[in-house]
Design a protein around this ligand. Structure first.
Ligand code: GAL
Length: 367
């Protein structure tokens, strides 16, 4: 009897350790304490042989998409087992603070600045009670990857700067009323920079965003701007804490969000989604030999059924992880949002495979 129990206990341990070695796609993931991993719209920083996963700490129920607590962080050496490092950016319980509980904090991304040893977090920030109208990007800085991150500011970036690729004769303030959205002129006017001109004086809108550090150490902030119609790729300053004023509009009027970027060989690849809120839509992919573009469409990266393609495996991109110690290996990180109970949103991580020069995704149940 004793031996049987021992054997059963051993089998259990074996099963547990095997399942801990697999990413359970489309199911809840648990940290090393056995609690649900709560890090949505996440991004990963690799620093000194550790992976740090930062994400939105969501609440239970419909209101769970509001930021009541802050940004969470989990650390791992193997991408399978994640230790909870707690809330590394905390909401500020002060009704005068822009970062007060009840505002919106989404898609936090952290990069390391090798020049000054700081960890720099930017995130999409919306003000309490104002829906998604503020369209700000927020900044917080820490001395250690696991924080604490000190909130610095939230801004509309690139105030009073023109995009480098806006034709000279278009660099003037808006001199006509914005047409109605269903007017056929609307999209053409968006493409020619109507919203950039509207927002020139007060700064450009910044919603879904990501960060990308190039091989030369220059960092870029890539965000949905112009009423989510056009992405802006902005160069950050040396400290990564300011916008340098140099930025390019990419894919104007094409309504991309959820940007995620990686570099493979000498090309840059960009994954995005369309703009359907929490509901998934067909993924998109692009290639360029310069981060500022021009970006060429490579179509939907999903290989699978019609439903897989229409919904990107029921996910929306948030980050692409380049595996530092394995050249040319990349992982797509997506969110399967569950807005009716935000904390239970699932994580869809899939290997990116190159086929005919295109990065593609195939479904895997667990890997
Ligand atoms: C999505 C976006 C999410 C969140 C959501 C709100 O399109 O990617 O980050 O902002 O809309 O509806």
């Amino acid at each position: 009897m004793y031996r049987v129990l021992l054997l059963l206990a051993f089998c259990n341990l074996f099963v547990l350790s095997v399942s801990a070695q697999r990413l359970p796609l489309g199911q809840l993931w648990y940290d090393t304490d056995g609690n649900m991993i709560n890090a949505h719209g996440g991004g990963i920083l690799y620093f000194q042989k550790n992976y740090y996963w930062f994400g939105e700490f969501k609440g239970i129920g419909k209101d769970g998409n509001k930021a009541m607590d802050g940004v969470s962080c989990y650390s791992s050496k193997d991408l399978h087992q994640w230790k909870n490092e707690g809330l590394v950016l905390k909401m500020i319980a002060d009704t005068n603070s822009m970062l007060q509980p009840g505002c919106i904090v989404e898609r936090p991304k952290v990069i390391y600045n090798a020049k000054n040893g700081k960890f720099v977090m930017w995130f999409h920030h919306e003000l309490k009670g104002q829906g998604y109208s503020a369209a700000l990007t927020g900044l917080a800085v820490a001395d250690k990857p696991t924080g604490p991150y000190h909130y610095i500011k939230s801004i509309r970036p690139n105030k009073k700067s023109w995009p480098a690729n806006l034709p000279e004769d278009q660099k003037h303030l808006l001199d006509y009323p914005i047409p109605r959205r269903n007017d056929s002129a609307w999209n053409a006017k968006v493409i020619e920079g109507m919203f950039v001109r509207r927002d020139f004086e007060n700064g450009q809108m910044s919603r879904d965003m990501t960060l990308f550090v190039n091989d030369d150490g220059i960092a870029y902030h890539i965000a949905s701007s112009e009423d989510n119609q056009t992405l802006h790729v902005s160069k950050l300053n040396e400290d990564y804490t300011e916008f340098s004023g140099e930025y390019y509009r990419i894919l104007p009027g094409q309504s991309n969000e959820a940007p995620a970027v990686f570099k493979h060989k000498n090309n840059y690849y960009l994954f995005t989604s369309g703009t359907t809120g929490w509901r998934p839509n067909p993924g998109r992919s692009f290639v360029a030999d310069n981060i500022y573009g021009p970006w060429k469409s490579l179509g939907n990266p999903v290989q699978g059924t019609e439903e897989d393609k229409a919904t990107t495996f029921h996910s929306q991109s948030t980050y692409i992880l380049s595996i530092a110690e394995k050249n040319n290996e990349y992982i797509y990180l997506g969110d399967r949002w569950t807005p009716e109970n935000a904390a239970e949103g699932k994580y869809i991580w899939l290997p990116i495979i190159f086929e005919n020069g295109k990065p593609v995704l195939y479904w895997k149940n667990a890997w």
